[in-house]
Write a protein that binds this ligand. Structure first.
Ligand code: SAM
Length: 329
């Protein structure tokens, strides 16, 4: 691809990675995200159709996007998720299609998604203790999510990651459970700092654990940071000679986190968000519903000129993001 055609902002950051939310609906009630469950909203715009997604993905591929992460809400609640995977994967230019899911139907769907071309799966799994899992997510689903991970491995997925948000009152004391989990299993567990959103201010105050505290625990136990390459994502990765798997830390509150930002986000209603915590999304819907790839490209390039250097989350400014379910994290 001609470098001049690829997406680049005023700070010289290149954007080859699109996080695409395919629905804002979620079937879980994670206490830090949607504690009262998905409420729906009759006035909200419906999620993009498969055709609109196809237009969006073609436009982004033409602008240099190489990787797409499908997220939500819970993307697997969309009946046409397998078709969405196929459409993304067969778009010229797209090299990687990956999925973030809570894993509720992974055991049933893993083979189908693999056949559709899915390259990797991140499963959100905030506790390896059945009761705690239920307390956090509102569902007694730990055995089925673990079974889903097994099934995904069995059908040939090698890129499997577990995401866990560490919460002072719910799973911070279980840090070592996750370490033990990767002792024999060659998977990556990534701890994500709890982020404040428009809806979780009190919960955030009571439950935030900084990544620096996680890092300290890792270092005390002999974990060593692996140097990053320029194409790596935001996670800092750690290894230990006695463990088969690895641990990642995703620390949006750390200094310079935004310096290497390489992703853009589109919400399920077709709004482009220049940052997870931007003040607003910009609707591409008109162009998407008309199938106007060129217009999507033109608008995106123009909007990108106003991408800020970084978020101001550390000052409590959460922008338009009421919960990450609306954008997919
Ligand atoms: N439903 C899918 C899932 O559970 O993975 C995808 C959407 S979910 C919003 C994506 C990720 O965001 C999950 O790993 C979830 O734990 C994380 N997340 C949600 N709210 C968060 C918050 N306030 N701070 C940090 N991570 C959050």
């Amino acid at each position: 691809m001609n470098q001049a055609l690829s997406l680049k902002d005023a700070m010289g950051r290149r954007f080859r990675y699109l996080r695409l939310s395919v629905t804002d609906r979620c079937n879980y009630r994670c206490n830090y995200c949607l504690p009262n469950g998905y409420q729906g909203d009759d006035t909200a715009e419906p999620a993009m159709t498969l055709d609109e997604i196809e237009t969006l993905v073609s436009a982004f591929a033409a602008m240099g996007t190489r990787k797409i992460r499908l997220t939500g809400g819970e993307p697997a609640t969309r009946k046409d998720l397998t078709r969405i995977i196929e459409v993304c994967k067969r778009t010229p230019g797209i090299e990687e299609v990956v999925l973030t899911t809570n894993g509720y139907n992974l055991s049933k769907k893993a083979a189908e998604w693999k056949a559709a071309g899915l390259d990797g799966i991140n499963v959100s799994l905030d506790s390896l203790d059945r009761d705690r899992f239920k307390d956090i997510t509102g569902h007694d689903h730990l055995p089925r999510v673990l079974d889903g991970l097994e099934q995904a491995r069995a059908v040939g997925f090698t890129r499997l990651k577990i995401n866990a948000v560490l919460l002072r009152q719910f799973n911070w004391d279980q840090f070592d459970h996750f370490l033990n989990f990767v002792r024999k299993q060659a998977v990556a567990v990534r701890f994500i700092e709890l982020m404040q959103t428009g809806d979780n201010a009190v919960f955030f105050r009571e439950n935030s654990v900084l990544g620096s505290q996680m890092e300290e625990k890792l270092q005390l136990q002999g974990w060593q940071e692996v140097p990053k390459t320029p194409l790596d994502g935001p996670a800092r990765e750690f290894r230990h000679p006695d463990f088969a798997g690895k641990i990642g830390l995703i620390m949006p509150y750390s200094k310079d986190f935004c310096r290497n930002c390489n992703r853009l986000r589109v919400a399920s209603n077709g709004n482009l968000h220049l940052c997870l915590f931007a003040d607003q999304g910009h609707s591409l819907r008109k162009a998407l519903s008309a199938g106007e790839t060129v217009s999507v490209i033109r608008q995106t390039r123009l909007l990108l000129e106003s991408k800020a250097a970084g978020h101001t989350l550390e000052q409590g400014f959460t922008g338009a993001t009421s919960s990450l379910a609306m954008l997919g994290g």
